[in-house]
Design a protein around this ligand. Structure first.
Ligand code: ADP
Ligand code: S3P
Ligand code: MG
Length: 189
């Protein structure tokens, strides 16, 4: 049993990390952080613009920095981006600092869910199906390395997925609350 107080969602684009993350954060009273949104806020630029101006390497450096910063906290629901598992240092950090749920989705479902999406730069690089298949193959071992729990979102809505995932989490994840902040008398002692 991993007693981490942070819950971390990993998995490919369109697996539902962002939208299931919002629901789970509410259910467990966790502070929601979506790594992509946090990067955009700090940079003042969209993920697409960062890829355009700094390349994928620039985006990955920002992603690693934001993950390291966010995961200093406890009581966090962290929705990562699909490539957060690429760097070995990120993988170590995710494992150390949270209970990691790998959301799974088929390429067919990804294509459906992301059909209208224009905000994911990796999908603007030609044949979407091939890109998604290549990414899935390349990243499968990394997701496996970090996952405490795997959950397949394929045959359900995001709301159903969040409800069913919570049932699994209630069985497999015992959150240890963050230690209380020291009282004034302890601080001054
Ligand atoms: N289980 C699901 N069933 C149907 N649509 C979903 C499901 N999970 C996510 N979606 C839809 O897929 C799209 C991508 O979801 P998102 O949460 O942004 O995925 P991720 O953050 O993993 O890339 C959104 O439009 C969302 O509404
Ligand atoms: O798979 C990836 O490498 C990426 C996934 C995206 O996040 P989502 O997985 O939330 O779509 C975002 O971080 C960026 O476009 C790169
Ligand atoms: Mg997302």
């Amino acid at each position: 049993m991993n007693p981490a107080s942070n819950l971390i969602l990993v998995g490919p684009m369109g697996a539902g990390k962002t939208c299931i993350g919002k629901r789970l954060a509410e259910r467990y009273g966790l502070r929601l952080a979506d790594a992509d949104r946090e990067i955009e806020q700090r940079t003042g630029a969209s993920v697409t613009a960062i890829f355009e101006h700094e390349g994928e390497a620039g985006f990955r450096a920002r992603e690693s920095a934001v993950l390291a910063e966010l995961l200093q906290a406890d009581g966090l629901l962290l929705a990562t981006g699909g490539g957060a598992v690429l760097a070995a240092d990120n993988r170590r950090l995710l494992r150390e600092r949270g209970f990691v749920v790998q959301l799974q989705v088929s390429v067919e479902q990804q294509l459906e869910r992301l059909a209208a999406d224009r905000s994911r730069p990796l999908l603007a690089r030609g044949d979407r199906e091939q890109v998604l298949r290549d990414l899935a193959q390349a990243r499968a071992p990394y997701y496996a390395q970090v996952a405490d729990l795997r959950f397949d979102t394929a045959a359900m809505t995001a709301a159903e997925a969040a409800t069913q995932l919570a049932v699994a989490l209630d069985r497999h994840w015992r959150r240890i609350a963050a230690p209380p902040s020291p009282s004034v008398s302890e601080v001054n002692a």
